[in-house]
Design a protein around this ligand. Structure first.
Ligand SMILES: C[S@@+](CC[C@H](N)C(=O)[O-])C[C@H]1O[C@@H](n2cnc3c(N)ncnc32)[C@H](O)[C@@H]1O
Length: 655
């Protein structure tokens, strides 16, 4: 029984949409961006996949509303929830599973129908509480008139030392390029802030020199500069600049004055009050090992004392809200940590001035800034990472969009959006799988490994997913940064102590543990069990340069009994995205349309002679075709890894 996606796919439109969306995915689908999650796919690509599952040709067009009413769609590895949101919009009922609690909580918060006014009221109450409890720590004084002014952020320099004593390091001594060509600069000798690198003449003794990153050895003693790993991480930074805005005198950069220092000292004095019952210790993982290597053993140490007070105050207020308001606000505060930790860097000194905050996960890993930026989470207006701005974009705008979702028209010379009448990005949560078919837009969320599900055999029409790409993103390990706080904010909303070894991700590096292959085999086997036998399809996106990744995927699909029905290659990533820039990353995804082998005709894929590794699109296309051939061949599983190595080995590469 054929399904439209078996026969063809509008690659051209999918490409055009993804090329626009991949620059700023959150702008096009704000309702799925309540909380940080990694490696999200373009919603437009998944809408397109789902549209190619619509039976009625009159409703299959990308810009037609709905079309999947009465269908049940499973995403066993939902992450940011792209499949769920897109399928619900088309009228389907959905099941979302993930081993990590954050995807489940995010989907529940964003998909549940709750009146925006309730969230607005809750947010106002939360902000009142935060201002009352910690507002006085997040202000500064105008250096011209001395009046209390809005604190935008504080910049810190990383401390290092050699036998001569301490030194401070920054990314750049230039703090800002002004439109008139002048620069606001930090004096390396006295630490004063001036113009164009001039020292204002306040050079004092006992002020550590300020150096730009890249100086590895002390010019005087020739010894290496060392980080003070025995000091808590937040205390390894020294404040060097306060950036604020005065109602009369506008934006200012100043050296921290006595008031600023008093406020920071007062926050440090209150730090011991935060003695959580919860465990904030860092467990070793592929990415968090970078924290442990630098002597950072607690997630709390990644936050300044002011940031810790903010989180403590938020934690006091959250239990007072009704469950769904609490969940939305807890996720908002948690996601604000991406912009409010001492791992945030400063990029306001760039000539292009692309905003000030380099957020904690601008790469899919921990990175350690020289100039750290301590944000003000309470500042009103358009301020990256501040709570009011996050509320405006991730809740208010998201909810408004969800009530009348729109799509971008990408015809030549035309840039407009159309609202799709009748669609909504919201549904009704059910607890039992059997309730999914009792209406449209029902959703069932399950936290746990998808190697086992509560679903009946043959109860799912389509699986539409996006599995981890072998070792590319260490989800569980990275997400611990947020989980430790969320567990405190909404302890009863999820299973926090889950077994992270069930995450289907390979450890980075040469050694192959087989974990990815093993877990993916079990997940695919479960998908096959719950899929409708002949009309069921499992459609997913994938790409990787590594033959081990393709090999593990092949073996997992073979073990589960899937064959390849068709494959398409679409644009997935903008090559200048921060996390892949200069990494020769693949910028396309293969869309793999697979089906349970039982009822399908075999024999359509030929073994490709060579794989072109010079072109992202052709590479994905050839790998997908090779996969199809291997799924139908009589090879033994043990032969698969060698075949992939052979196919992708340099001598076989067409260059
Ligand atoms: C590539 S992400 C999905 C991203 C998503 N499609 C999006 O656009 O946001 C893969 C997800 O698989 C989840 N995962 C890994 N192992 C799993 C398992 N055993 N069971 C369920 N989910 C798992 C990860 O936690 C991660 O969220």
């Amino acid at each position: 029984m054929a399904v439209p996606i078996d026969q063809g796919f509008d690659v051209e439109l999918a490409d055009r949409l993804a090329q626009v969306e991949s620059f700023n995915k959150h702008l096009y689908r704000p309702n799925s961006y309540l909380h940080k999650w990694w490696a999200r796919r373009c919603g437009s690509t998944f809408r397109m996949i789902l549209k190619h599952l619509v039976e009625d040709p009159a409703r299959r067009g990308y810009y037609c509303s709905g079309g999947l009413e009465g269908k049940v769609i499973l995403d066993p590895m939902m992450g940011g929830g792209t499949t769920l949101h897109e399928a619900i919009r088309l009228g389907a009922s959905v099941i979302g599973m993930d081993v990590d609690p954050i995807p489940v909580l995010q989907a529940r918060a964003a998909l549940s129908d709750i009146r925006l006014e309730l969230l607005e009221e809750g947010f106002e109450t939360l902000m009142d509480h935060l201002h009352q409890r910690v507002g006085s720590f997040f202000v500064t004084h105008c250096p011209v008139c001395g009046k209390i002014s809005t604190l935008r952020f504080t910049l810190y320099a990383a401390q290092r030392s050699c036998v001569c004593g301490p030194a401070l390091f920054v990314d750049s001594l230039t703090l800002r390029h002004e439109p008139d060509g002048s620069r606001i600069t930090l004096c390396p000798a006295c630490g004063e802030i001036g113009r164009n690198g001039e020292c204002t003449g306040h050079a004092r003794d006992n002020v550590p020199p300020i150096l730009e990153k890249g100086v590895a050895e002390c010019p005087r003693c020739a010894e290496p500069f060392l980080e003070r790993v025995e000091t808590p991480f937040y205390a390894r930074y020294t404040p060097v600049a306060v950036v604020g805005r005065c109602g009369v005198h506008g934006l200012f950069f100043k050296r921290p004055d006595s008031h600023d220092r008093e406020r920071m000292a007062a926050a440090n004095d209150r730090r011991p009050e935060f003695s959580p019952r919860e465990d904030f210790g860092i467990a070793r993982g592929p990415k968090s090992a970078d924290l442990l290597r630098r002597g950072i053993t607690s997630y709390v140490d990644l936050f300044s004392s002011r940031q810790t007070l903010y989180l403590q105050a938020a934690g006091e207020a959250l239990p007072t809200f009704p469950p769904l308001v609490r969940l939305n606000l807890a996720l908002l505060v948690s996601t604000s940590l991406e912009f409010n930790s001492m791992l945030c860097g400063y990029k306001g000194g760039d000539k292009r001035r692309p905003g000030a905050v380099r957020h904690t996960f601008s790469h899919h890993a921990y990175s350690f800034p020289y100039t750290a930026l301590e944000n003000n989470p309470l500042v009103p207006g358009i301020a990256s990472g501040a709570l009011p701005y996050l509320f405006a974009t991730r809740i208010r705008r998201a909810r408004q969009w969800a009530s009348a979702p729109s799509e971008r028209v990408v015809a030549e010379r035309e840039q407009r959006t159309v609202v799709l009448a009748g669609e909504r990005d919201a549904g009704q949560e059910v607890i039992l799988p059997e309730d999914l078919r009792s209406g449209t837009r029902r959703f069932l969320l399950v936290q746990g490994s998808s190697a086992r599900s509560p679903l009946e055999p043959g109860s799912v029409d389509y699986v539409v997913t996006d599995p981890p790409y072998f070792d590319s993103v260490q989800y569980s390990d990275l997400a611990a940064f947020f989980r430790v706080w969320l567990r405190r904010f909404v302890p009863e909303h999820a299973q926090w102590d889950y077994d992270a070894s069930q995450s289907a991700v390979e450890s980075p590096g040469a050694h192959n543990t087989g974990r990815y292959e093993r877990l993916l085999s079990s997940i695919f086997t479960e998908c096959r069990r719950v899929l409708k036998e002949c009309s069921g399809r499992m459609v997913f996106t994938f790409h990787h340069w590594d033959p081990r990744a393709w090999s593990a995927l092949t073996v997992a699909l073979r073990r589960a009994g899937f064959i390849l029905i068709n494959r398409y290659v679409v644009h997935s990533e903008n090559p200048t995205s921060v996390h892949i820039a200069n990494l020769k990353a693949l910028t396309h995804d293969a869309i793999l349309v697979t089906a349970p082998g039982g009822c399908m005709q075999r024999g359509q894929w030929e073994r490709p002679a060579a794989i072109d590794v010079t072109d992202s699109r052709r590479f994905c296309q050839s790998c997908a075709t090779s996969l199809g051939w291997m799924l139908e061949s009589n090879l033994f599983d043990e032969e698969i890894p060698g075949l992939w190595i052979d196919l992708l080995a340099p001598r076989n590469r067409s260059v």
